[in-house]
Design a protein around this ligand. Structure first.
Ligand code: ZN
Ligand code: ZN
Length: 181
């Protein structure tokens, strides 16, 4: 595997969060508009630590989401600048922690730092791994013409083209129809 398990999990969370924008969400609406929607994503990914459950927190996390969507699409050297900026702004300080039923892993913020800050820093730490492995080309945007979903291509031959089987199937059906006409 090109990335560690912790990095793969963190990238999965970033992609799920980033794909709540209307251009990528399954409903076509902004799926990060309410504290309930945010809570559902955090629950689905077993996200630990402080949660305020406020409208302000939703706005802050939505801003972090937009920043991470942009980071995902930067080339390697520009990504380094942004990752270092995120770590710097948050005064990130790596430490090993063990909580819930997770074994030792790295956090670079305390569990009671604001959620948006923890999301940014955790993502930045995953990007440290991606950049060191020279893997930015594995961070992709869906090639379906009506979707901007992002995903990490973890396939052996780096050949994955769509964010989801939903997009893959839709594009296959469209190509099939085009051939039949
Ligand atoms: Zn943790
Ligand atoms: Zn897609």
């Amino acid at each position: 595997m090109i990335f560690t398990d912790d990095t793969i999990a963190a990238l999965g969370f970033v992609a799920a969060l980033a794909d709540t924008v209307p251009e990528a969400s399954e409903s076509g609406a902004d799926e990060l508009s309410t504290p309930e929607q945010l809570g559902a994503i955090l629950d689905a990914w077993w996200y630990s630590g402080r949660r305020d459950g406020t409208a302000v927190e939703v706005v802050e996390v939505a801003a972090a989401r937009d920043r991470l969507r942009a980071l995902w699409q930067l080339d390697r050297d520009d990504a380094v600048t942004e990752v270092n900026a995120i770590l710097d702004e948050a005064n990130a300080l790596p430490r090993l922690v063990r909580h819930d039923d997770l074994d030792w892993h790295v956090h670079a913020t305390s569990q009671d730092a604001p959620l948006s800050s923890r999301i940014l820093v955790e993502a930045a730490m995953a990007f440290v791994d991606v950049i060191r492995a020279d893997g930015m080309d594995r961070l992709r945007v869906c090639q379906a013409d009506d979707c901007t979903g992002i995903y990490a291509d973890l396939s052996k031959n780096a050949s994955r083209r769509y964010c989801s089987t939903r997009c893959g199937n839709r594009m296959a059906a469209r190509a099939h129809r085009a051939r039949a006409e």
